[in-house]
Design a protein around this ligand. Sequence first.
Ligand SMILES: [Zn+2]
Length: 491
Amino acid sequence: MLATPDTTVAARAKYEPVIGLEVHVQLLTASKIFCSCSTRFGDPPNTNVCPVCLGLPGALPVLNRKAVEFAVLAAMAVNCRINENSIFARKNYFYPDLPKGYQISQYDKPLAEFGWISIVTGAGEKKIGITRLHLEEDAGKSLHEGFADSSEATAIDLNRTGVPLIEIVSEPDISSADEAYQYLTKLREIILYTGVSDCNMEEGSLRCDANVSVRLRGEKAFGTKTEIKNVNSFRFIREALEYEIDRHIGVLESGGKIVQETRLYNANEGRTYGMRSKEQAQDYRYFPEPDLLPLIVDERRQTEIRAMLPELPELRRKRMVTEYGISDYDAQVLTISKTLADQFESAAKAAKNPKRVANLVQSELMGRLKARNLDIEKSPISMQGVALSADLMESGTISSKMLKDLYDLSFERNQDFPVVYEKEKPQQITDSSALEKMIDEAMAANPKQVEQYRAGKKTVMGFFVGQVMKASKGQANPQLVNELLSKKLES
Ligand SMILES: [Zn+2]
């Protein structure tokens, strides 16, 4: 629920929000960024640790090659320029779940800079700049609940310590909560396509902090900003930003001043709370990490990594529209994930009519999924199943009524279409005399079309096939209908 502070529409119109986002994405490497400990989520606490990630004296970090590759892939996917030379730096602070007393990150020489992604706003396409993308290690986790003594003690799990992250910092180009939501959705989609992260927000693989301020429209200087931390869904980020923008405007309109601070969003109450003032924020005393060499990603390596970059969703949608003659909307749904898009494309390529495959997904599959609250990836009917059903319809082997019934059965039994089809094999009319009777009736009812056919317009054949299929309630064997029809029409 969103508790909106009392801000008038007129007041809102005077101000322009300025939003910048910092997104942390966990990379899907098997081991941590500076040691060989596993990154597996959900293992018993403190089992995936070693002297390096525990920060024990004398232990030395060794950079994970895969983490660099993944970070570069992500950076390329968001149009960043890769810096051939980047430097790891220590960010010093004390926190119980940070055993080393510092986090290895990148500071003034990050891995990549000057990227962008585009979003669609009411005014058309808008590019949101990406200031930088850098590599860093994650901290551990403080567990404040879930234990018998949780009321008096905090437990620490260091399994996450040293898990590789990329931090993606946007320019303050975002001017509404909606744009922020779009930016995050786009960013997540792109990262998912590159395969470098699962972007699972519940498991903390994607985390977002937002900086927000407002200024009078036309003004160049930024207003005082606040930072919203640790919001765990895109929807809540949108809500938190909406709340915070209104709060800023309310404070300014009543003659007050915004205090630069970090705020937390309470989703139950739909409002933000001040957590700590930025004036008191510590200086991290960054300095170059003495235990690691400069990170070099030279042109040759960049070319190698660029070759691994898959086709990204935006371009893929455009290509699919042209290649399969499907609508923008179809393409949007079918590219929800890379796996689904891959499945669709291999099914569509194998099918006789790709457009029909897309149509069936839209008309028959999506509705049934929605009714059962299932993601398309959890569909009992696979893309191969849809392709088979499309072919069966294309060849007239099954009618659309039969197809609908078979789809219903697939969902009821949670079995893929080919399985259900094999079992049910809807009965077709193969009795020639019964079909001939239907053909005679169709010809008698449509003498004009018979004339047209006999005058050389052979395409009318399709019309008659349709008539007979309809008369048979879709159960006539189409091959036989075709044979019998041409005989009768030719005679
Ligand atoms: Zn370790």
